[in-house]
Design a protein around this ligand. Structure first.
Ligand code: TYM
Length: 332
């Protein structure tokens, strides 16, 4: 089977609906056709200010949500990034073939450095994309299912793989980003011109997978729309309504033109209620299962440890080949 790699940062208590439809759902649907590696990228999460006790808890919670959403740790390799040291080790090597200029062009770096300020603009934040490239390249992944915001990082990964291969000989598989165009970008419910994000300004704009159903329903009820009455998909003119339609389409499996037709002559209240119902119905079992898994952290940690061993076996082979190609003297 071809290899697949993807990951999410444990940077909040819960994943949000953008992570779910932009990535997690695709992961679940692809795990049978691929030899898949799903990582909780804790080393990425420390590139911005963070709280150690919260990070530990969030790492488990993120893993529990992967499993609850349908990732099977017996089929796919589901593990924590820091448990496999080869990620950091390969990232260092990749740093030495990455230009300062090309890393400076990464829009996520520019966004985060302006959001967190000069003191938090660290070398770690700057090197975020080379660690991500290491994640992908260690496993020879052909497919990398992500949301739209990660496309630039996967493209840098492709450039680095090609550069290394041409400088030191064929070593890396050149990966492809897999992006579902319809759901590649989910927007904040309160501020539908910006991407929904774990660090959003308004808590009401973000729909969390682990929120209580009543809270989720309320967030949709108070979602920002516009002063018109017509329900149609038009990203530019009607960002709020279009975002709700995108979410509903994804959760019901109804394509956009057919969905628009269902709402001819109906009001925004109907649309909001239907989206809320569809999301709550899908999230409720996932939430319940995640909380159940979190009731037994020792068992969860055992699963993660066994999966990290499996990941390390693959990763260490790649790292060894890389060290050899670049001329590091093997330890005798
Ligand atoms: P992270 O944790 O920010 O996001 C996890 C995944 O969710 C997608 N996503 C969205 N999709 C649609 N709409 C949104 N509003 C939205 N917000 C987030 C992201 O595109 C991502 O697929 N750098 C990655 C983590 C990572 C990674 C990797 C991914 C580290 N190493 C290797 C793939 C391969 C990130 O920031 O994810």
């Amino acid at each position: 089977k071809p290899r697949l790699f993807s990951g999410m940062q444990p940077s909040a208590q819960s994943l949000h609906i953008g992570n779910y439809v932009g990535a997690l759902q695709q992961w679940r649907d692809m795990q049978d056709a691929y030899d898949a590696f799903f990582c909780v990228v804790d080393l990425h999460a420390i590139t911005v200010p963070q709280d150690p006790a919260a990070l530990r808890e969030q790492t488990r919670r993120t893993a529990a949500q992967y499993i609850a959403a349908g990732i099977d740790p017996a089929k796919s390799t589901l593990y924590v990034q820091s448990h496999v040291p080869a990620h950091s080790q390969l990232a260092w090597v990749l740093n030495t073939i990455t230009g300062f200029g090309e890393a400076s062009r990464m829009t996520q770096f520019k966004d985060k450095s302006s959001r967190y300020g000069a003191d938090a603009t660290t070398l770690g934040l700057f090197a975020y994309p080379t660690l991500m490239a290491a994640d992908i390249l260690l496993y020879g992944a052909e497919a990398v299912p992500v949301g739209d915001d990660q496309k630039q990082h996967v493209e840098l990964t492709r450039d680095l793989a090609n550069r290394f291969n041409s400088r030191f000989g064929e070593t890396f598989v050149v990966p492809e980003p897999i992006i579902l165009t319809e759901t590649a970008r989910i927007y904040d419910l309160q501020n539908p011109e910006s991407k929904m994000s774990k660090s959003a300004a308004s808590e009401n704009g973000v729909v969390w997978l682990l929120d209580e159903p009543a809270k989720t329903a309320k967030k949709f009820k108070t979602a920002v729309t516009d002063a018109e009455r017509e329900i149609r998909f038009d990203r530019g003119a009607k960002p709020g309504v279009s975002n709700l339609l995108t979410i509903l389409s994804s959760f019901t499996g109804t394509a956009m033109p057919a969905l628009e037709e269902q709402y001819v002559g109906r009001g925004y209240g109907d649309l909001k209620k239907d989206v809320a119902d569809a999301v709550v119905a899908a999230f409720e079992p996932v939430r319940a299962r995640a909380l159940e898994l979190l009731d037994d952290p020792a068992e969860l940690d055992r699963v993660l440890a066994a999966n990290a061993d499996r990941a390390a076996e693959v990763a260490d082979v790649t790292l060894k080949a890389v060290y050899d190609r670049i001329g590091l003297l093997p330890r005798g």
